[in-house]
Design a protein around this ligand. Structure first.
Ligand code: SF4
Ligand code: SF4
Length: 195
């Protein structure tokens, strides 16, 4: 990927043979809809999206890139992680494209293929939360934050030690992780949902 005089990245030229022709099919299946093929590039999704000014590629471009098969470029950029799931784009799309579900499908695909921006805070927090809940069936703040800072910057955790100690004293943080009952059933359910 290269940059223009603005901060908006541009796609490198690719030969057709380098594109992933099955990418749109995979994402359409995960996002419950074939409507993605009907995108008319009207830009309603981008203009209504509150986060598009901060995205590498606007939602309109993401849909076009998915359709064209720019798999690597879509899965490695930060746009999909900035999506706040507000559903505004989905409501405004004249072609009934479930853009929010497409964003979810892209995040899932990026995590499964381990090609998301590793130290970017949003996927790091998402993965830390999933691993914490998977391990005990519950969300424990201390375990969650430890996993999160291990993935991002462990030293930045030091600046929160004082606050953490105060929260521990008042019982607002629990060091010992509570386990849920019938954890094996829960793990089986998670495993089934991954398939
Ligand atoms: S609003 Fe719908 S049809 Fe228009 S560009 Fe976005 S996805 Fe495509
Ligand atoms: S759901 Fe995501 S992509 Fe759609 S408008 Fe909201 S933030 Fe933007």
């Amino acid at each position: 990927m290269s940059s223009t005089i603005s901060n908006m990245p541009v796609l490198n030229i690719k030969r057709e043979a380098e594109l992933d022709k099955n990418f749109a099919k995979t994402i359409a299946k995960l996002a419950h809809g074939e409507q993605i093929y009907g995108c008319i590039q009207c830009g309603n999704c981008s203009s209504t999206c509150p986060l598009s000014p901060y995205m590498d590629y606007t939602p309109r471009k993401i849909i076009a890139m998915v359709k064209a098969g720019f798999r690597e470029e879509v899965l490695t950029n930060k746009t999909i992680w900035l999506c706040a799931s507000c559903y505004s784009c989905t409501v405004e799309c004249p072609k009934g494209i479930k853009i929010t579900d497409v964003m979810y499908a892209l995040k899932r695909e990026a995590i499964q293929n381990k090609i998301y921006p590793k130290r970017f805070t949003i996927p790091a927090m998402s993965k830390a939360f999933y691993d914490t809940v998977k391990s005990t069936g519950r969300s424990n703040e201390v375990a969650l934050l430890m996993r999160y800072y291990m993935r991002t910057n462990i030293f930045s955790a030091l600046s929160y030690v004082g606050v953490g100690l105060k929260l521990l004293k008042t019982g607002r943080l629990a060091i010992i992780e509570k386990q849920m009952k019938r954890k094996q059933d829960f793990k089986k359910m998670l495993k089934d949902s991954e398939n």
